[in-house]
Design a protein around this ligand. Structure first.
Ligand SMILES: [Zn+2]
Length: 369
């Protein structure tokens, strides 16, 4: 039995995830959908007649009082005074009240579905709505095609929410389990990453690895086997969060939408290190490379590339410390190819050696900063 502790961050996370949906929606596409044409000016500003059905006064419609910031996804009408974001805009266009949670949620789900951000319809149960609007984020097929990401082949009648906050925390994790010290990790590193061996439930005999989103909110756990001798097809080295259904909503975890340790990079840095896996990341962090992020898989998605760029100064450098095997080197090269048009990139490879094989002195020679 795993002890479940309900966590209030769920409520906060709901709004953070709506923010995420807002960022992924295109205001241009929404306007086109409502057959609204604006005159586009420099800086992504669109101007035109106010299209809102709530707009008061036919006189005012004769001047282009409506202004939309197409990149930032916000609008305002200087005549009727209504303003808001693109989801609120769509709600108003549909004659709904964006201040009403149910109306807002209905619009968000509709937009997500309309633009392929989530593909399925809300069912009756979810229409009965939970207290807080659910987080809705983009749903993209996994770049890796790995089975832990359900992808688009699953046909569920439920709305799909990706990488939402977890409603519980694992308790009684053992940070003193011998596995991590045996790999050379110090108590400080184990504490920084919140690691601990789990004795029960799905994560039994694994090191539970908290996965925190960009806001530092727990969205799930990965689990690393503590005894490599037990690894087989049924018991993979790593487990990732599975799918869960609650209150008519289906929650999925997509690695491709997530950057491990990304929350720790609060603002863009000059030298950002990218690695593939957890242990490489912990090792580099322990040896003085605090600005390090992990893909957690053998491919970098467009979203991950964006998340990496957001954490790197425009004139900064991005270092990829590759796993020593051929698959690791290929992942590194593919990832850097995606980033090289925007940043100075550096590939660090050492034949057949993993990042965890390097001493601090060797690391400092390879990545001197
Ligand atoms: Zn107006």
């Amino acid at each position: 039995m795993v002890l479940f502790i309900f966590h209030w961050s769920t409520i906060v996370a709901s709004y953070l995830n709506f923010k995420d949906l807002r960022q992924r929606l295109s205001f241009r596409d929404i306007l086109t959908d409502y057959q609204i044409e604006l005159t586009e000016k420099a800086g992504g500003q669109g101007m035109g007649y106010c299209p809102l059905p709530q707009h008061k006064g036919s006189e005012a419609r004769r001047s282009p009082s409506f202004s939309a910031h197409l990149e930032r996804g916000i609008f305002q009408c200087f005549s009727c005074g209504i303003s808001g974001n693109l989801i609120e805009f769509a709600a108003l266009m549909d004659g709904l009240d964006p201040a009403d949670g149910a109306d807002f949620r209905k619009t968000a789900l509709k937009l997500a579905q309309r633009f392929g951000i989530q593909t399925s319809k809300p069912d009756k149960e979810s229409a009965a709505k939970p207290a807080a609007p659910p987080p809705v984020t983009a749903k993209e097929p996994s770049p890796t095609g790995e089975e832990d990401e359900p992808g688009t082949d699953t046909k569920s009648a439920l709305p799909v929410v990706v990488n939402a906050a977890l409603e519980f925390e694992l308790k009684d994790l053992d940070p003193e389990h011998p596995y991590l010290p045996s790999r050379g990790f110090t108590p400080e590193t184990i504490a920084h990453f919140g690691l601990g061996a789990c004795q029960r439930g799905l994560m039994k005999d694994r090191v539970a690895i908290p996965l925190l989103d960009a806001s530092g909110i727990l969205i799930g756990y990965a689990g690393r086997v503590v005894d490599d001798n037990t690894i087989n097809a049924q018991n993979p080295r790593y487990k990732f969060p599975g799918m869960r259904e609650t209150k008519g909503i289906r929650y999925e975890f997509h690695k491709s939408e997530f950057l491990y340790h990304g929350h720790a990079i609060a603002k863009p840095v000059s030298d950002l290190v990218v690695v593939e896996g957890f242990t490489a990341l912990w090792w580099l962090w322990q040896h003085g490379y605090q600005d390090v992020v992990g893909l957690m898989g053998s491919a970098c998605s467009d979203t991950q590339a964006r998340l990496i760029l957001e954490r790197s100064k425009p004139k900064g450098r991005i270092w990829y410390f590759a796993d020593g095997d051929p698959a690791g080197v290929k992942c590194a090269k593919d990832t850097l190819a995606m980033l090289a048009t925007s940043r100075l990139v550096r590939l660090v490879i050492a034949d057949g050696r993993q990042p965890t094989d390097f001493t601090e002195g060797e690391l400092k020679k390879l990545m001197p900063f």
